[in-house]
Design a protein around this ligand. Structure first.
Ligand SMILES: [Fe+2]
Length: 256
C-alpha cells in the first residue's frame, strides 16, 4: 500500500488565525511555547497565540496517535513508541504575493520533509503540489481545501521503505496570498535512524544507515542547516555543496 500521500477530512484551520501571522514563517511547539517570556507572550496573545497553540495541541492529542498507528501498520513496526517526547514543530506559512517575485512561480521549492509526517492545514487556496513517484518531474496539484498528510524521510527509513516519503512544493500563484498551518511530527531525537525490521524491506539503505550511525537529532540538524541556508540564514561549511538539491543530498546519505 502506497503511503506517501493521504487525505484526511479535518476542517481547514480558521483563516483568521493564520492571517494574524505577520512574518512569512512563524515556528513554535508546545514545549518551547512555555519558554516565551511573559511580556512577549502577552503581546502575541493579542494576535491569537493562545488560539493557535490550542489548535495545534488539539491536533497533537486527537490526530497524531491515529496517524502514527496507521503508519505503524504499513511499516509493520511500532512507530508510536518512538514519538514519546513530542519532537514536533508548528509553523504558520504566509505565501504572500506582495514580496514574491511577480514572474516567479516558485513559492516553496521541491523538497521532502525530514520527519515522520507533516499535516498541512490550508486556507482553500491551491498551490501545494506533490510529485508523482512513478513519474518523477510530474507534479500533481492538491486541492486547496483539503488537509494533507505527507510522510518524510524518517518514516521512509524507519519503515524500511514501506512508507514512502512525498516530495512536494508550493507554487506561487500571481496575486494570490496563500496561508497554511503545518504540524511537523518527528521521532524522538535519540531514536536511531535505521529500518526497524531487519528484513530487506522495499528500499536499499547505505552502510551509514544500516549500521545505526545516524540518529534523529543529527539528521534534524543536517536538514535544518540546509533549510537555513536556503532561507539565507546560514552559510554551508567547506566541502558542503550548494549545487545539489536537498533530496539528492539526503538520498546520497541514506540510499544504498
Ligand atoms: Fe514541506
Amino acid at each position: 500500500m502506497a503511503a506517501n500521500l493521504d487525505l484526511i477530512t479535518s476542517p481547514t484551520i480558521p483563516p483568521h488565525l493564520v492571517a494574524k501571522a505577520d512574518q512569512s514563517t512563524t515556528s513554535s511547539a508546545l514545549t518551547r511555547a512555555r519558554l516565551i517570556p511573559g511580556e512577549l507572550r502577552a503581546s502575541l496573545s493579542a494576535h491569537g497565540l493562545e488560539e493557535i497553540l490550542s489548535f495545534f495541541s488539539t491536533i497533537v492529542a486527537a490526530h497524531v496517535p491515529i496517524i502514527l498507528s496507521a503508519l505503524s501498520e504499513i511499516a509493520v513496526a511500532d512507530l508510536t513508541s518512538l514519538h514519546k517526547s513530542q519532537n514536533f514543530n508548528f509553523r504558520l506559512c504566509d505565501y504572500t504575493s506582495v514580496t514574491a517575485a511577480p514572474l516567479s512561480d516558485n513559492g516553496c521549492g521541491a523538497h521532502t520533509d525530514y520527519g515522520t509526517f507533516s499535516i498541512i492545514f490550508q486556507d482553500g487556496h491551491a498551490g501545494l503540489e506533490a510529485e508523482d513517484e512513478a513519474t518523477p518531474g510530474r507534479w500533481i496539484a492538491l486541492p486547496g481545501d483539503a488537509t494533507i498528510v505527507l510522510c518524510g524521510w524518517c518514516a521512509l527509513i524507519l519503515s524500511g521503505g514501506r512508507v514512502r516519503a512525498a516530495r512536494h512544493r508550493v507554487r506561487h500563484m500571481a496575486g494570490v496570498r496563500r496561508l497554511s498551518a503545518v504540524l511537523f511530527v518527528a521521532p524522538d531525537v535519540d531514536v536511531v535512524l535505521k529500518p526497524l525490521k531487519s528484513d530487506e524491506g522495499s528500499k536499499a539503505f547505505s552502510e551509514k544507515i544500516t549500521s545505526g550511525d545516524v540518529n534523529v537529532g543529527w539528521f534534524k540538524e543536517v536538514m535544518g542547516k540546509r533549510w537555513r541556508w536556503r532561507e539565507g540564514n546560514e552559510m554551508l561549511g567547506d566541502g558542503e555543496s550548494n549545487e545539489i538539491g536537498q533530496d539528492e543530498d539526503v538520498e546520497r546519505l541514506v540510499g544504498g
